[in-house]
Design a protein around this ligand. Sequence first.
Ligand code: FAD
Length: 380
Amino acid sequence: MTAPSYRTEVAVVGAGIVGLAFAWEAARRGHSVVLFDRTARPEGASVRNFGMIWPIGQPPGEDYQRALRSRQRWLELRDQAGLWVAECGSLHVAHHDDENEVLREFATAAGKLGVVCEYLTATEAAKRVPAVATPGLQGALYSPTELAVNSPAAVTRLPQFLVERYGVQLRLGVAVTDVSMPEVRTATGERWRADRVFVCSGSDFASLFPEVLSTAGIRRCKLQMMRTRPQPNNWRLGPHLAGGLTLAHYKSFRVCRSLGVLKARIAATMPDYVRYGIHVMAAQNDWGEVIIGDSHEYDDDISPFDKPDIDELILAYLRPRLNLPDWHIAARWHGIYAKHPTKSFVTAEPQPGCVIAVAPGSTGMTMSFGLAADWWESHT
Ligand SMILES: Cc1cc2nc3c(=O)[nH]c(=O)nc-3n(C[C@H](O)[C@H](O)[C@H](O)COP(=O)(O)OP(=O)(O)OC[C@H]3O[C@@H](n4cnc5c(N)ncnc54)[C@H](O)[C@@H]3O)c2cc1C
């Protein structure tokens, strides 16, 4: 019996946020699209994250603007797909002189850099965000641009939205085993002819185009995460919360000369946090749960087994910064993403018409819609 054969204009491999973004951009331009994922329910990095859309962490300029473009797309999805998307903003809190100095310097430079944010004194921060703990608080940076999404709910809903709105064909629970343009083959024996194929296979470097992915300099990174049970009495965190460790993590703050002092202090006084790449953030979803993380362990250091010590370090850092009514941890997990040391995304075209789009690192939720929109705009 011959295998079934189908025709589409665009085939997308991987229904994580990157694949969803490329599929949506293709569908909204009127292309016929088929979307494959080897798992029937989403299990990748896109359902394991904070759900933070985080422009404030992106380097000012092209990346920040791309993040804002993504942000706009998320707001469209709120209206069109019925997703929960909250315009919560973010607050970085300072508990050391050097952290306060970085926040002041960044806020002063922000206007020229095209970044929207404002410095708050400790009193102003506590007034605006009552969830913030005040002992030792020196100041804060408020940014209005960050969004909160419920990642598991959104990434489950989006494929259905693509079917309902654009007639996208879904092949969930179907692994793609080979792409030889113009043909895509699946483990279930289907053969598809496509004009364009996007391979958005996340942190799997072994299945498709291993010769490209294994030599592209991409690393795998494991992050440990937790979430509380729903907070009582409709308590709300308000903006996403980040502390001084985060200032050393995101590229945006590298424009600050004062960052060197902060980094030196952290290196000298917080070796466990440095060893595990810990910086601490908190976000709240529409179910009232507070999502807390994270750590960064790379490549050979990645173990299938999590380290309770990491969770303790994260919670020890957050407790003095946040007045959380209920600290009971209801779930713990880890996620793995692919990341390039210098590029914010890795794209390649190993065959004409076949585009690999992977490795958005810690910013896939923030950047993918902008990346896909920019890609389609420059190729049509
Ligand atoms: C713990 C954690 C917290 C994070 N927090 C944030 C955050 O708050 N904000 C933010 O912007 N980013 C965040 N990130 C980063 C973000 O989650 C990732 O950048 C993003 O999810 C990567 O998306 P992806 O589509 O590349 O990968 P994935 O979500 O892993 O999707 C890849 C998909 O491809 C499928 N696949 C692979 N190979 C095949 C094949 N051969 N055939 C069929 N299907 C295949 C897989 O099954 C998978 O579903 C976080 C990441 C982690 C791990």
